[in-house]
Design a protein. Structure first.
Lengths: 250, 44, 232
């Protein structure tokens, strides 16, 4: 079998994903021009506001991904068919969400270093995000537990719904925990700054671009997961047969 | 590091891991493709 | 309807008393886990090496020790079920999973409260904290509700870890982030009970409310989720 090269389009590609991908690339280029060159520096934050054009959209996508995971999980559990495809969508979305959440934490702390003077603050939003990150790493570990695909789907759907219950409780308890402590004495402007028209547009545009990237990634990932499941179900025999014929011919 | 470095690093970090993930996913897809029936790929 | 609820509670009682009897007979609790908890409390004292600091952070240490001990206790509680596929036998016998879940939670709460009593006692002696009568009431309530919150979640994730046999390492990853509200609430309430850092006892009660909400939410969620999670 010839080794696959990057020039061969991946088998998960369709016209729709190809257009979505091109849209994402074009959007990213425009976002970079807007965010890094055309927008002005912020009055309070200076040039560090340029981090916001990627930080806010990745945070948005991360939360969107986890909501999507929860919705797909609920759909799997309560849907009549107990669709395995919904389970795979939930899994794909959670994977992408974990990546974006990690990115959000890193870019957030870089922004914090510039604006607060410190990489980490026990800010409720930040702390909740870190908890979400770990919680969904746990969710992905549950997906990898093994067993049949039905077992995996049911198990991970329940864990996803538990995670959704946990998040508001964690956030709420961190908020009241912080409200009792003295705030750190570093310079601490709020993340929400007053923005002029172009800045606000860039931010919203960034959210749109990253949502496109999210959709593109999830579609591709979902299809790979479907292929993996199909391979697991009936590919074992095929693979064995292929293996045997190889041995005979060599 | 200067402000500019922080900003460049942030932007690279926002796109880099995503591209790596997409690349790895595509590689996996090509790798297992010969083992999957066309019937199991409803999107084609 | 009420008959089936009665039956569920009957099962819960049977499971709980079975679990506690297993623990009593095996003596692992008293001979291994309790000494482990005690040495952790002593090691905290070595690590922090300052009476003032110890008194201030004593509530946090008690609850950190409780959390880590709870991991061991939960793993044991479900190792018993996984051994000889005892849980499969329960399932085949058609025992209501809600009953099994509530029984597991009840047994865990009893064991955790016993631990917390020992840990709090050790804190009184080793870290020289003081508790008055009102503080003692707050402390007992905190221990009960805090243990309920931990047990309600831990029983779900413990059930998961037997479903995927041999993956006990998953339990801390799932449980510890989820019980963060319990750690926050219980620590603050215990601070008030101990009077650490000038906290007053009345300030502790709102935190008890947080613990109650947490316990109720996950006891409800666990009752619904435990069955589908373990039946396969």
């Amino acid at each position: 079998m010839p080794s696959a090269t990057a020039s061969v389009p991946p088998p998960t590609r369709t016209a729709a994903t190809r257009n979505l991908g091109l849209l994402a690339i074009a959007g990213s280029v425009v976002l970079a021009l807007l965010g890094l060159i055309f927008t002005a520096e912020d009055v309070d934050q200076g040039s560090s506001v340029r981090i916001m054009y990627v930080h806010v959209p990745t945070a948005w996508v991360a939360y969107l991904a986890f909501v999507f995971t929860a919705v797909c999980s609920a759909g799997h559990l309560w849907g009549k068919k107990h669709s395995l495809n919904l389970d795979r969508l939930a899994g794909a979305s959670a994977e992408v969400g974990v990546i974006f959440m990690g990115v959000t934490l890193v870019t957030g702390s870089l922004w914090g270093r510039l604006s607060w003077g410190t990489y980490w603050q026990w800010d409720p939003r930040l702390t909740t995000t870190a908890f979400l990150f770990v919680t969904y790493i746990g969710y992905l570990a549950v997906r990898g537990l093994g067993g049949t695909q039905r077992q995996r789907a049911k198990r991970s759907a329940i864990v996803a719904l538990f995670a959704v219950l946990e998040i508001p409780l964690v956030h709420f308890s961190v908020v009241i925990w912080r409200s009792l402590h003295q705030q750190a004495t570093v310079l601490r402007p709020n993340g929400d700054v007053t923005m002029d028209g172009l800045m606000l547009f860039s931010l919203i545009f960034g959210v749109a671009v990253f949502t496109t990237i999210f959709a593109w990634l999830v579609l591709h990932r979902n299809r790979v997961l479907a292929m993996e499941d199909a391979m697991e179900l009936r590919g074992i025999d095929t693979a064995l047969a292929a293996r045997r014929s190889e041995e005979v011919s060599s | 590091m200067k402000h500019a470095d922080f900003i460049i690093v942030s932007w690279l970090l926002s796109f880099g891991p995503v591209m790596f993930y997409a690349w790895r996913n595509a590689r996996r897809a090509r790798h297992i493709n010969p083992l999957v029936d066309e019937a199991d790929k409803p999107w084609t | 309807m009420s008959a089936s609820i009665n039956r569920t509670f009957g099962i819960a009682k049977a499971v709980a008393s079975k679990d506690l009897r297993v623990e009593m007979r095996s003596r692992v609790m008293t001979n291994q886990i309790l000494p482990f908890a005690a040495i952790v409390m002593v090691l905290f004292a070595f690590a922090l090496d300052n009476d003032g600091v110890l008194q201030r952070v004593a509530p946090g240490l008690v609850w950190m020790a409780t959390l880590f001990t709870s991991l061991v206790v939960v793993q044991r509680s479900f190792a018993v079920e996984a051994a000889d596929s005892a849980i499969d036998a329960l399932r085949v016998a058609g025992v209501a999973p809600q009953g099994v879940y509530l029984g597991k939670v009840a047994a865990l709460v009893v064991q955790l409260v016993a631990f917390e009593a020992v840990l709090a006692f050790l804190a009184l002696i080793l870290y020289r904290v003081n508790v008055d009568a009102h503080g003692a009431v707050l402390l007992v309530t905190t221990c009960l509700l805090g243990s309920l919150g931990i047990a309600a979640l831990a029983a779900v994730y413990g059930g998961l870890s037997i479903a995927g046999r041999g993956r006990e390492t998953l339990l801390p990853l799932l449980l510890l982030p989820a019980v963060a509200p319990v750690l926050i609430g219980a620590t603050r309430a215990t601070e008030s009970a101990f009077g650490s850092d000038g906290a007053r006892v009345v300030e502790g009660w709102p935190w008890v409310g947080l613990l109650a909400v947490f316990g109720a939410v996950f006891l409800f969620g666990g009752t619904l989720g435990f069955g589908p999670l373990t039946d396969e």
